[in-house]
Design a protein around this ligand. Structure first.
Ligand SMILES: *Cc1c(COP(=O)(O)O)cnc(C)c1O
Length: 234
């Protein structure tokens, strides 16, 4: 019998497939990241047993600790705000950093990547809705930032990421997903050296189906797989 996490995963994957069918996309063109922040190792192991290999964390220490305890074929995605002084702990552990939002941060990643002889794949985080509470570059700056970051050694820009506003009705975010896709296409047309725009990381539990119909290649789902998060009161 399946556990709750296994059942949740079945449902999320079903919804992903439906969104792909509706928008005429191949089911394999969208990858699911299980966002496991705050969740105990046992939950990650259940998700792993149910086929998950991509996990998303938003804190450096948590990502490092979990990566040491999970099987080696897990792909770790850093999806949270990243401080420059913590970059050194993750450059050789992450598969993809989704949350690069400044050239200074990219320079630090580049420096550590060169030191450790690795190439780090990154996405530029764009604050499409222009929310003050969120990190990310503006839509206007995105292309120029990609161009600047692409010149740094040890870094490969793979695409764009956004965190859409919290809304009751996912349809309200459709225009933001469409906007990120447009910026992505514009950057592809610029043919920038060392930039391979392949990934659009957008859509969370509340709106991943809409994001898929607008072109997401990665969706980041936490609550929909693991249930509500409980933050300890400090
Ligand atoms: C927490 C988080 C998610 C997952 O959110 P859910 O609503 O639980 O699916 C996705 N992306 C980022 C950047 C997050 O911090």
């Amino acid at each position: 019998m399946k556990d709750r996490i296994g059942e949740n995963l079945d449902r999320v994957r079903e919804h992903m497939e439906r969104a792909c069918r509706e928008s005429g996309r191949a089911v394999t063109s969208v990858k699911l990241i299980a966002v496991s922040k705050t969740k105990p190792l046992a939950d990650l192991q259940k998700a792993y047993a149910n086929g998950c290999r991509d996990f998303g964390e938003n804190k450096v220490q948590e990502l490092v600790e979990k990566s040491e305890q999970m099987p080696g074929d897990v792909r770790w995605h850093m999806i949270g705000h990243l401080q420059r002084n913590k970059v050194k702990y993750i450059v050789d552990k992450v598969y993809l950093i989704h949350s690069v939002d400044s050239v200074r941060l990219a320079e630090e990643i580049s420096k550590e990547a060169v030191k450790k002889h690795v190439t780090v794949n990154i996405l530029l985080e764009v604050n499409v809705a222009g929310e003050e509470s969120k990190f990310g570059t503006s839509c206007e700056e995105a292309a120029r930032m990609v161009e600047e970051i692409s010149k740094l050694p040890g870094i490969c820009v793979k695409g764009l990421m956004t965190i859409a506003p919290y809304v009751e009705n996912a349809e309200e975010n459709r225009l933001y997903f469409a906007k990120l896709k447009q910026i992505y296409v514009d950057i592809i047309h610029k043919n920038i050296d060392n930039v391979c725009m392949e990934e659009l990381s957008m859509g969370m539990t509340g709106d991943y189906e809409v994001a898929i119909t607008e072109g997401a290649t990665y969706v980041r789902v936490g609550t929909g797989i693991f249930g509500e998060r409980h933050y300890d009161v400090v």
